[in-house]
Design a binder for this molecule. Structure first.
Ligand SMILES: Cc1cc2nc3c(=O)[nH]c(=O)nc-3n(C[C@H](O)[C@H](O)[C@H](O)COP(=O)(O)OP(=O)(O)OC[C@H]3O[C@@H](n4cnc5c(N)ncnc54)[C@H](O)[C@@H]3O)c2cc1C
Length: 683
């Protein structure tokens, strides 16, 4: 084995770091504000938004199958061609059942996805026709997500409607008995009647039936192949077969080359006189508004650097979007969240305002011995509803090193990798950082927290399963903090290898084994002509790349808390005046104290709203937690009265007491003398 070259004291990029993107390129991306993977008006489905989804699903004359996806989820991207193909395939069914999509990765849709209880992407939900009240829908329960399986599940769902709620455009899908068919021969009709004979488990008849619901001059029925003599009489020897009755009374089997849905449907649609109905059925208003033209300016970046904008945007998405899909956190989820916040509070190499936010959140969680916390209460803290000065986390997504050449590529998942690499490296650089948190002395701690985070919260379920497989294999054997850094590096490369060439790969950022020789030449070696990693160099590179020294703050949002001007806040006027005051001013500190105290009732209100009456012990827990914060604020406030002020007060107090005592003794003495004097004279 080649001897590792002596390592430089600290790794420094030795090449002019190339820009991550084409130089000074202005990328004009025609991106839909509401749809990214799917284009309203171009894809044969309905692109729903926060503003349109409820209107579309409530009291709809058609049933719905909606895919809640996230543009940052690789599996959603990979699945998009199937969904589009399905939408095209069942386009003619839309007066009975419609396909929709809602992008939960779009900021404007975050809250809506939360209301629908979407935790993972993609999530498929059925909604029945004519639902009068808000419902979160029924989960898709197909064995797989193959186009044919989803199509068949759509049919089953339609058949699950009661007679009264069945979409008016959807004819009965149950088979007709042979007696009903016999009676058809005696009737004269102005239209064609097609009967698909099939076996009990076949879907062909129902598919053909739905394919023709928008066509006039034809009625399609289905019958089962139970009545053998009847089938023989009609000359049917195999199923599925399609028997056709013409308006002129003639009838016979369709001569189809293959007994397939597409063959039958296309034959029937091309019959003379059969045409698509001109009048569209009354469907819910489709919002397919013209997609907005969004101009995105490419941000120049250095791929050898780490950008705070990526890390902060990732934290914002994680805390306000991914986790916010959970109404409450309890049990293993709550423990994972607490540990995650502790690890971040101690190791995130961020700006003071972000670190303070994480620390406040951590202290609050630690001092709150509840076994169930509504996520809204956590969000209030993240959004700094208490107006504690100096706390701020961007509310905007601003990808720099994680920007993709298309809006649906890279972004959040890229930032999540970077965040966890940063945390493993920070843990290795500051081995004492987690002391007194209960998480110390465990070299795997960041990896284990990441593993649990991915398991419980990561929106991409399939990614989580893959990651868990890798973790199960070898995470437990990690013995040191340095090995933890290398473990994550190695596993990330395994993922890169698996995804290379996949649909989710950004063509501008191909999945490669990282770090590439241009950013870390010493990481690469050849042993007997075979590529090999120099792990000591890789470790050194990782420790530099994911260190605070390598972080650039370009593009990171300036830290003015815009929430202070949020609409509808009753304290708006008060806070506006505070904005002008320098932070740390006495008024601000008083405001902090009031707000922290006020937060107690807020958290209690949230707990009561979510869980009904709160136990006294829980109330006192909240109280003690908020009082602890309040105490900090009072002591902070104490700085406003300097030591001199306090000493003067004490001196004044002592002096006035002494003065009063002297006066007391003086008058006592005088009164005694006076009594003695007058007593004697009277005697
Ligand atoms: C835990 C996890 C599991 C995932 N599983 C899947 C999956 O199964 N299927 C799927 O389609 N998508 C999956 N993803 C998403 C996928 O890995 C990418 O994040 C996504 O495709 C975006 O890729 P990217 O080009 O931005 O680079 P990413 O792979 O996201 O990497 C982000 C940045 O990290 C740096 N980097 C790259 N490799 C390494 C490394 N080995 N060590 C340290 N730093 C590195 C580079 O600077 C790179 O730009 C997963 C994401 C996570 C966080």
């Amino acid at each position: 084995m080649a001897r590792p070259r002596p390592a430089p004291r600290r790794w420094r990029p030795n090449m002019a770091a190339g820009s991550g993107g084409p130089a000074a390129v202005l990328l004009v991306l025609l991106a839909a504000a509401a749809a990214r993977l799917y284009r309203a008006g171009q894809d044969p489905l309905t692109v729903l938004t926060a503003g349109s989804v409820r209107r579309a699903l409530l009291n709809s004359s058609a049933a719905w199958l909606v895919q809640f996806y996230s543009s940052s989820c690789g599996h959603c991207t990979a699945f998009a061609p199937t969904w589009r193909a399905l939408a095209g395939d069942v386009k003619d069914w839309e007066s009975a059942i419609r396909l929709g999509v809602l992008d939960c990765g779009e900021e404007e849709n975050y809250q809506t996805c939360k209301e629908y209880g979407i935790h993972y992407y993609p999530t498929f939900r059925f909604f029945k026709a004519f639902t009068k009240q808000f419902t979160t829908g029924e989960n898709y329960k197909g064995a797989d997500r193959e186009l044919q399986t989803v199509r068949q599940m759509m049919i089953d769902f339609l058949q699950n409607h009661s007679q009264e709620l069945r979409p008016p455009a959807c004819p009965p899908l149950d088979p007709v008995p042979s007696s009903d068919i016999t009676s058809l021969f005696d009737k004269s009709n102005h239209h064609y009647t097609a009967i698909v004979f099939e076996s009990n488990n076949s879907y062909v008849g129902r598919e053909v039936l739905l394919d023709l619901i928008q066509y006039e001059n034809i009625v399609v029925k289905r019958a089962l192949n139970f009545d053998k003599p009847f089938l023989e009489k009609l000359g049917i020897t195999s199923v599925p077969s399609c028997y056709l009755m013409h308006p002129n009374g003639s009838h016979g089997l369709i001569n189809s080359l293959k007994p397939l849905r597409s063959f039958f449907s296309s034959y029937l649609k091309s019959l003379p006189g059969v045409r698509k109905k001109l009048l569209p059925l009354q469907l819910p208003v489709q919002e397919n508004k013209e997609e907005s033209t969004e101009t995105k300016v490419w941000k120049e970046f250095d791929k050898a650097k780490l950008y705070m904008a990526d890390l902060e945007s990732g934290l914002h998405y994680l805390l306000r979007v991914e986790l916010a899909t959970h109404k409450t956190l309890e049990g293993a989820e709550l423990k994972t969240f607490k540990d995650f916040v502790t690890v971040c509070a101690k190791l995130f190499p961020g700006r003071q305002s972000v670190v303070k936010l994480l620390e406040t959140l951590q202290e609050w969680l630690v001092s709150l011995p509840l076994d169930k916390i509504p996520y809204d209460a956590i969000l209030d803290l993240v959004n700094n509803k208490m107006r504690i000065s100096g706390i701020f986390l961007t509310k905007k997504v601003q990808w720099v090193g994680c920007q993709g050449s298309r809006p649906e590529l890279r972004g959040y998942t890229c930032s999540l990798w970077k965040l966890f690499h940063t945390l493993t490296v920070q843990a290795a650089l500051q081995p004492k950082a987690l002391i007194n948190t209960g998480l110390e002395d465990n070299p795997q701690i960041v990896l284990q927290v990441m593993r649990r985070y991915i398991q419980h919260f990561f929106g991409c379920k399939a990614c989580a399963e893959h990651f868990e497989e890798m973790a199960k294999e070898s995470m437990d054997s990690v013995q040191t903090l340095d090995k933890a850094v290398l473990w994550l590096w190695e596993k990330h490369n395994v993922v890169n290898n698996r995804l290379a060439g996949a649909l989710t790969e950004d063509p501008k950022f191909p999945k490669v084994q990282w770090p590439t020789p241009d950013i870390c030449p010493t990481c690469h070696e050849e042993i007997k002509g075979l590529h090999s990693w120099n792990e000591a160099q890789v470790l050194q590179f990782m420790k530099y790349h994911y260190s605070s020294e390598n972080i650039l703050y370009k593009y990171a949002e300036s830290q003015t808390d815009s929430s202070e001007t949020e609409q509808g806040d009753t304290r708006e006027g008060k806070d506006k005046s505070l904005q002008k005051k320098p932070s740390g001013s006495r008024e601000n500190k008083i405001q902090d104290e009031e707000n922290v105290l006020g937060s107690e009732s807020k958290v209690l209100d949230k707990l009561i709203a979510n869980h009904g009456p709160v136990k006294d012990s829980d109330k006192s827990a909240v109280r003690s937690a908020t009082l602890k914060e309040a105490k900090q604020a009072v002591s902070f406030l104490g700085i406003g009265f300097s030591n001199i002020d306090m000493s003067l007060c004490v001196i004044l107090y002592v002096a006035s007491s002494l003065f009063l005592m002297i006066m007391y003794f003086f008058f006592r003495m005088r009164s005694k003398r006076w009594k003695v004097k007058y007593y004697r004279s009277s005697v």
